[in-house]
Design a protein around this ligand. Structure first.
Ligand code: ACO
Ligand code: ACO
Length: 155
């Protein structure tokens, strides 16, 4: 698949939210809705179809966080996640952020690999975060997801 065929743009708050994609990254709809209202949403499109998303939240002027990042299943593994991360890094820099955070679960081996490859380093582990805060157990790669791993990148 040609990367040049992919465009990334801001999604207006009035446009339909790509919930099926957002729910791939975060199974808790209530948690998603809580951060969407104060965040910027970016979508990756190919031939008019939304195939990826990321959500950027500013904790402060200098501290940004990617709250959600997802690529539609048939398009995973073609470098679109990397493109979205590169876009988010530039966007956060342009807004004046000095630090970009991203959090995931201890069982998310793919995202953990990708984020570290993109220069994020593990800065904090919150043991039991997912078992305490999520209404349903999250099973990933055959394991119960329990801990939140927070990674940061200095911009
Ligand atoms: N296992 C191992 N490596 C992986 C995996 C995986 N599951 N997924 C991606 N990678 C690696 C690739 O091998 C590639 O490395 P390489 O250049 O050395 O080959 C690199 O990461 C880039 O991969 P992309 O093709 O750019 O990743 P993709 O387009 O698949 O997007 C994403 C990655 C967003 C994690 C996608 O797989 C996805 O949507 N997953 C489901 C939702 C999800 O888990 N989102 C993250 C939750 S955390 C959060 O939202 C803050
Ligand atoms: N990625 C994903 N899963 C793996 C991997 C891997 N690289 N290696 C093993 N597993 C999984 C297997 O799938 C299996 O799970 P399953 O039962 O769900 O299928 C489970 O782990 C057990 O696998 P084994 O076949 O018993 O593991 P193996 O005999 O390969 O031994 C070890 C694992 C010791 C890590 C071996 O691969 C090795 O010697 N690696 C190089 C040295 C190393 O990295 N050692 C650990 C460093 S940390 C330390 O020493 C404290």
């Amino acid at each position: 698949m040609q990367e040049s065929a992919i465009t990334i743009r801001t999604l207006a708050k009035t446009e339909e939210m790509p919930y099926p994609l957002l729910l791939l990254a975060d199974p808790d709809r209530a948690a998603i809705d809580a951060y969407l209202s104060d965040s910027s949403i970016f979508v990756a499109e190919k031939a008019g179809e939304t195939i990826g998303v990321y959500v950027l939240f500013m904790h402060s002027r200098q501290r940004a966080e990617i709250k959600n990042i997802a690529v539609d299943l048939p398009y995973q593994g073609f470098g679109i996640g990397k493109l979205l991360l590169l876009h988010a890094i530039e966007e956060a820099k342009n807004r004046g952020a000095k630090l970009l955070e991203i959090a995931t679960g201890n069982t998310s081996t793919g995202p953990l690999h990708l984020y570290q490859k993109m220069g994020f380093t593990i800065s904090q582990v919150l043991p039991g975060y997912f078992t305490k805060n999520y209404p349903e157990p999250i099973i990933e790669n055959g394991q119960l997801c329990t801990d939140q791993i927070i990674l940061t990148k200095i911009l």
